[in-house]
Design a protein around this ligand. Structure first.
Ligand code: FES
Length: 285
């Protein structure tokens, strides 16, 4: 069992939960994620990690109040236990592999990306590598995270919550005197698609962190399958980070639509049961 040490509702529908998970906290690297099952009847659900501390034995996950597991987690209190907390899942960030080649890294984040990039900026800072970041924060409620990032990031540029503003600020950075060895984009698919176009023109190595439907997290079920370059890859095992120039963003969007349809099916099944399936035309497993 894994105890909840802290629970914060940092903005209207975004939560951060800190969990006592010593083994995961010591093994995990930036870019990896965890799979949570709240209780015996719960679903296995992947969550991004926004902080971990091997000495304290803690791991914090960030999520929106969408889906059954997220809502089950929100209903738990500090001191309650989670049945399964499995990880680390996935491949560590490309930053870990390329650490020796890096001096300056530029992060670009929207949506929940502001929390997801924190582990990477923190880790780079610990390894004496400078990071700048362009982040669109949705609300001032995320101020605490803004402060945390500012401590470990050399220069934090805030952008409006629209891709055009993010891209404008990215172009300014890439035209500045700072030479970036790598750009890391985390957040909405549209933002990552546009960032990739700009960095490709400027010939800057870029990695993106992808979110698709993840079920078993073992590379066996195929739910998270994507074509990266000409190869079939699994986000849960080979990702979630990939070379931005090899990503087929149309395919990523198609897989994400499948995800929302899955969520709708699950919601429908719980609320209505199988007998109402025919009335809606939804196929309920
Ligand atoms: S989640 Fe099943 S193969 Fe990745």
């Amino acid at each position: 069992m894994f105890k909840i040490l802290n629970k914060k509702n940092i903005t209207k529908n975004v939560y951060i939960i800190k969990i006592q998970a010593p083994r995961v906290s010591r093994a995990i690297l930036p870019g990896q994620f965890v799979i949570v099952r709240v209780d015996d009847k719960g679903e296995r659900t992947p969550f991004p990690v926004c902080e971990f501390d091997g000495e304290q034995g803690t791991v914090s996950i960030v999520f929106k109040a969408i889906g059954n597991t997220a809502n089950d987690l929100i209903n738990l209190n500090v001191g309650d236990n989670i049945k399964d907390f499995v990880g680390p899942i996935g491949h560590a960030s490309h930053l870990v592999d390329k650490i020796k080649e890096l001096k300056n890294v530029l992060f670009v984040a929207d949506d929940l990306g502001f929390a997801r990039i924190y582990t990477e900026i923190y880790w780079l800072n610990k390894n004496n590598i400078s990071s700048d970041a362009i982040i669109s924060f949705d609300t001032n409620d995320e101020l605490e995270f803004k402060d945390k990032i500012s401590v470990v990031c050399r220069n934090l540029t805030e952008a409006k919550s629209d891709t055009a503003d993010i891209c404008e600020k990215l172009a300014e950075k890439l035209n500045s005197n700072t030479k970036y060895d790598m750009v890391v984009a985390v957040g909405s698919t549209e933002m990552m698609r546009q960032v990739t176009k700009i960095t490709k023109e400027k010939n800057v190595d870029t990695i993106v962190s992808l979110t698709t439907l993840i079920l078993d997290g073992t590379g066996m079920c195929g739910a998270c399958r994507l074509t990266i370059g000409n190869e079939v890859k699994f986000v849960c095992q080979d990702g979630p980070e990939f070379d931005a120039n090899l990503v087929d963003y149309d395919e990523v969007e198609r897989r994400q639509k499948f995800y929302s349809s899955y969520e709708e099916k699950e919601k429908f099944r719980l609320e209505n049961g199988k007998e109402n399936e025919a009335a809606t035309g939804l196929e309920v497993e």
